[in-house]
Design a protein around this ligand. Structure first.
Ligand code: SF4
Length: 62
């Protein structure tokens, strides 16, 4: 699978129903860094989605 850049990872995560931020505690920072991204998702390992949803979501985006 091709590597995705940060904006693609954000676009995918914002459309993903399985997005699950790592760490568990979703505290909102005052800096407003609350963006969704696959890189923050617990299903994202070794630059890919362990649920194999990235390709599906990407193809739905086109
Ligand atoms: S890593 Fe997978 S499960 Fe997580 S947001 Fe991205 S596509 Fe969805």
């Amino acid at each position: 699978m091709e590597n995705l850049n940060m904006s693609e990872l954000k676009a995918v995560a914002s459309r993903c129903s399985q997005y699950s931020p790592m760490g568990g505690n979703q505290f909102t920072s005052s800096a407003g860094q609350n963006e969704e991204s696959c890189s923050k998702c617990e299903h994202y390992e070794n630059s890919k989605c362990t649920l194999d949803l990235i390709d599906q979501i990407k193809s739905n985006m086109q």
